[in-house]
Each structure stands twice: as structure tokens, then as C-alpha cells.
Design a protein. Structure first.
Length: 244
């Protein structure tokens, strides 16, 4: 009888542990889904810099409890997308221009390394995928679909960085570029900027495809630095619009 009780207690303990594990995984999975949706709202411009985020309204909108939303806020704060202000709440982070320009400088160095690495190591399949993205970007320019172009642009750069095969670089790149979402969207605010951008991406792809590491590195470095200059011009333009 004692043995049977011990076995029952062991089975119960295993069952409780399993339930706890399942509950934890479900919570983490739900938090990740909430985080991705809030991040999408920020990147798409539906939530802008300075906007206040409330647990209750987001939980209702996303059909979840407030717990996963609260956890998602913490993750997004670490990613630099939101800021938690004591006694005020959670807000979409608005980074100053000077900090954004520092990130562009880091991007220029990172992407130059990515360009030289891909020129040496990219597979034909990877090059084919990048080409498909550029073709889609060209179509978005023709239809003046700024939102789709912005999405494809991010996908193009993130694909290149992932193909470089450096996980630390990939994680750092994603964290830094998420903070630039507002500035990067503004760089595609009119058709002329889209045309300029897609031409630069075509040149990047050609440089990588030529297997010339120096040329590919310089093409990417110049592209990021030109984006930096466009950011400065757009910042001045938008500042004038909101000036009293």
C-alpha cells in the first residue's frame, strides 16, 4: 500500500510539473505573440513615438489578459522600443536625432562587413532570394506602395545580415534598427525617395553578385550613410512642419 501511495504521489508530482511547464510555455508563447503585434503596430506607424500604451486597452484589443501585455512591455523596453516612466505609464520611445545618427554610423560599419562577407560566401539560393525582394521593391515603387516598400526594405537588410552567419551581429543589428523605425519610415515618405532607395538596393545586389568584397562593402556602407543624410534632411523638414 505504501508503495502504491508513493507511486501515486510521484505521478501526481510529474503531472503537476508537466502542467506547470505547459502553462509556462503557453504564457511565454502568448507574450511573444503580443510582443510581435505591438512591435508591428510601432513599425507600421499605427503607434507613434510618444504614444501612451495601456495594458487594459491592448489586452482588450488583442483578446488576451493583461499579464502577457505587461511581460511584452518589459521585453520591448529592453529592445529600446518603449520606455516605462514611473507614475506615468508606458510610452512608445522617441529617440533623439543624435542617438539615431550614432546608430546609423554603427549600421554602416556592420553592413559593410555583411557586404564583404556575402560577396565571398553567399549561396546562389540566397542571392536569388535577395533578387526576388528587390523585384518586389521595384513593383512597390511603381505602385507607390510606401508601406509595402518599407516592409520589403527591412526584410532585405535583415536577410543579408542573417546570411552573414553571425548570431551576435544579427541580434545587435535587429535591436539597433528597431529603434530607428520612425526615422526609416520617413525616409520613404515620397516617391522620389523610393526611387533613390530601390536604385541603391539594386546596386548592392549587383555588387554582392559580382563577388567583389571591397565593392560590396562600399555599396552597403554608402547606402547606410546616404540613409543617414536623408534622415537629417527629413528631420529638419518635419521639425519645420510642427514648429509653432
Amino acid at each position: 500500500m505504501t508503495t502504491e501511495i508513493a507511486q501515486a504521489q510521484t505521478q501526481l508530482s510529474i503531472g503537476l510539473d508537466a502542467n506547470a511547464t505547459i502553462s509556462m510555455l503557453q504564457k511565454h508563447s502568448l507574450t511573444g505573440a503580443v510582443q510581435q503585434e505591438i512591435e508591428r503596430l510601432i513599425n507600421s506607424g499605427e503607434l507613434g513615438p510618444g504614444d501612451k500604451l495601456t495594458e487594459a486597452s491592448l489586452a482588450e484589443k488583442l483578446g488576451v489578459s493583461r499579464g502577457p501585455v505587461r511581460e511584452a512591455f518589459r521585453v520591448l523596453e529592453e529592445a529600446g522600443l518603449v520606455q516605462l516612466e514611473k507614475n506615468r505609464g508606458v510610452f512608445v520611445r522617441q529617440i533623439p536625432l543624435e542617438e539615431a545618427l550614432e546608430i546609423f554610423d554603427l549600421r554602416a560599419m556592420m553592413e559593410a562587413h555583411v557586404g564583404s562577407t556575402l560577396a565571398a560566401n553567399a549561396t546562389e539560393q540566397q542571392l536569388s532570394y535577395l533578387k526576388s525582394l528587390v523585384l518586389q521593391m521595384e513593383s512597390a515603387v511603381k505602385t507607390e506602395d510606401e508601406a509595402n516598400y518599407y516592409r520589403l526594405n527591412i526584410e532585405f537588410h535583415e536577410a543579408m545580415v542573417s546570411y552573414a552567419g553571425n548570431k551576435k551581429l544579427n541580434n545587435m543589428y535587429r535591436k539597433l534598427t528597431r529603434e530607428l523605425s520612425l526615422f526609416r519610415r520617413r525616409n520613404f515618405s515620397d516617391h522620389a525617395l523610393l526611387v533613390t532607395s530601390v536604385n541603391e538596393h539594386r546596386e548592392i545586389l549587383e555588387a554582392i553578385g559580382s563577388r567583389n568584397a571591397v565593392k560590396a562593402a562600399e555599396a552597403l556602407r554608402q547606402h547606410v550613410l546616404m540613409s543617414r543624410e536623408r534622415t537629417i534632411r527629413n528631420y529638419v523638414k518635419y521639425s519645420k512642419r510642427v514648429a509653432p
